[in-house]
Design a protein around this ligand. Structure first.
Ligand code: RB5
Length: 147
């Protein structure tokens, strides 16, 4: 599975830790930056390219990080086909995939510690959409908005 990651300055440190962690788990990782801390950078400049790569199937899943995770999720969800959510708990990290076909995990680099982030990532990456009829039906209603 190929994983895309991106962060602004608020998420840079956590992204670097997560990058190494994903490599240690033998994931193929594509890093969309930032590649250094620049306190003047803007999260859409990294998160939107990641979101587009996800929709274009250049990556299978995505992890986006800003200071709170809020801006990353707001920006990513503007790209049609992205289902991004700011996640802070283990249940939502896998249930979001199982029920809602979540394809982008957003984290707050200034909020979530790196060990907790790693556990959230494992739950997210190991989860699969159940394709249960009721979930497909609900997702279709969401996807209607993208037309
Ligand atoms: C940047 O300082 C900060 O606003 C950004 O990383 C993020 O938290 C926005 O939601």
């Amino acid at each position: 599975m190929k994983i895309g990651i991106a962060a602004d300055h608020g998420g840079y440190e956590l992204k670097e830790i997560i990058h190494s962690y994903l490599l240690s788990l033998n994931y193929d990782v594509k890093d969309f930056g930032a590649f250094e801390i620049d306190y003047a950078d803007d999260y859409p400049d990294f998160i939107i390219p990641l979101a587009k790569a996800l929709v274009n199937k250049e990556v299978d899943r995505a992890i986006a990080i800003c200071g709170s995770g809020v801006g990353a999720s707001v920006a990513a969800n503007k790209v049609s086909g992205v289902r991004a959510a700011l996640i802070n708990d283990h249940f939502s990290a896998h249930q979001g995939v199982e029920d809602d076909n979540l394809n982008m995990l957003c984290l707050g680099g200034r909020v979530t510690g790196y060990m907790a982030a790693q556990e959230l990532i494992v739950a997210f990456l190991n989860a699969r959409f159940t394709e249960a009829e009721r979930h497909v039906r609900r997702l279709r209603k969401v996807q209607e908005l993208e037309k």
